[in-house]
Design a protein around this ligand. Structure first.
Ligand code: MRU
Length: 352
């Protein structure tokens, strides 16, 4: 069974509502850029590549609504759509990468009638979606080769089909290894406070009958020390030019533990997650989310009123803790400024 995180249904963007999984399976319909931005902000859809794909569709939906208008009106509508979508979440660079790709196409067609531009933008959003699935499949093939036959693999957050257009990045590597006949089992960190591991990764793996063991985040060190983990694979929200990786809060802690126990720590991410304008992880903006996510869950509150709360949604893992970054173009072993630059420029040169 494959998970359809998003699809176009009757001309609108239909998203699986990831806030209610796995207790309910519901979908949310987005009809324009504002509704798409709200779905991203409120985590109906989350995960770096999925956010990028959704944002591209958000632009395309708005363009369709404004199609047929004179260009100045159409262009003003699109400008507004871009700014609403860009403000939805700050850390995952795939969002800005996808918006930039849509903007480039739009601004290249200065004299084209608006309905033709709208058609091109819709086509481009579909291409971004399809290319993401192809990238995940390629990453899966490269990454699967790094896992041993019976690897017990710890993952943090959800970097699965739900976080992408399909197949997943970190979970895509696991899926591809299973497809290749490997006997992989997964250890899923629950991933406080939003519980992407407990709710989403566990759900995806159970759906596909890939053995998965759920642990609370503070159990990873004990599991590694007892020899229960052979490798760690996570996704990424933004990768700096020196190979530092921003990913879900708690990833850094896992990477430090993996280094302490000589367990390889892998990152799987498409090239759209690289931000070469960020010299290091220090330049990556870290989203601060609502205190409610830490003081309770849904309608249950467990922390006292009046307590101060910090809720950074991401952290940065320094490149030196990463054994390899897996992209659709291959594997960057021991990532640093030089290996990242070489990989990205070779990938750009090989673009058709
Ligand atoms: O806050 P989220 O759920 O959007 O964060 C998601 C993550 O941090 C994922 O690990 C990352 O986006 C990689 S997804 C393929």
């Amino acid at each position: 069974m494959s998970v359809e995180t998003m699809r176009i249904e009757n001309g609108f963007l239909q998203l699986i509502d990831q806030r209610v999984l796995p207790l309910a399976f519901e979908t949310v319909m987005c009809r324009n850029a504002a509704e798409t931005a709200e779905a991203i902000r409120s985590m109906v859809v989350r995960g770096a590549p999925a956010i990028g794909c959704a944002a591209a569709y958000g632009v395309a939906l708005e363009a369709r609504i404004a199609a047929g208008q004179m260009r100045p009106i159409f262009d003003a509508t699109l400008e507004q759509a871009f700014s609403i979508l860009a403000a939805s979440r700050p850390t995952a660079v795939n969002l800005f990468w996808a918006l930039e790709r849509m903007r480039r196409l739009w601004t290249q067609q200065g004299h084209m009638p608006s309905d033709e531009v709208a058609a091109l933008l819709f086509h481009e959003a579909c291409a971004i979606f399809e290319e993401d699935i192809a990238a995940n499949r390629a990453m899966g093939a490269h990454g699967a080769a790094l896992l041993t036959q019976d690897a017990r693999v710890l993952t943090h957050c959800n970097a699965g089909a739900l976080a992408t257009a399909g197949h997943g990045t970190a979970l895509g590597v696991i899926r591809s290894a299973v497809e290749a006949g490997k006997n992989i089992s997964v250890i899923a960190d629950e991933t406080r406070p939003f519980l992407q591991g407990a709710r989403l990764t566990a759900w995806e793996m159970v759906q596909e009958k890939i053995p998965v063991t759920l642990i609370a985040d503070n159990m990873a060190g004990h599991m590694m020390k007892s020899g229960a983990i052979d490798a760690v694979i996570v996704g990424a929200d933004r990768i700096a030019a020196n190979g530092d990786v921003a990913n879900k809060i708690g990833t850094y802690m896992v990477a430090v533990l993996a280094a302490r126990h000589n367990i390889p720590f892998y990152v799987a991410a498409p090239l759209s997650t690289f931000d070469l304008s960020a010299a290091s992880g220090d330049a990556i903006p870290i989203e601060e989310r609502s205190a409610d996510e830490v003081t309770g869950f849904r309608n249950v509150r467990w922390a006292p009123e009046g307590v101060l709360v910090a809720n950074p949604a991401f952290d940065v893992t320094p490149a030196e803790l990463i054994a390899a970054i897996i992209t659709e173009k291959g594997v960057i072993s021991r990532p640093d400024r030089n290996t990242v630059a070489a990989h990205c420029s070779a990938a750009n040169m090989n673009k058709t």
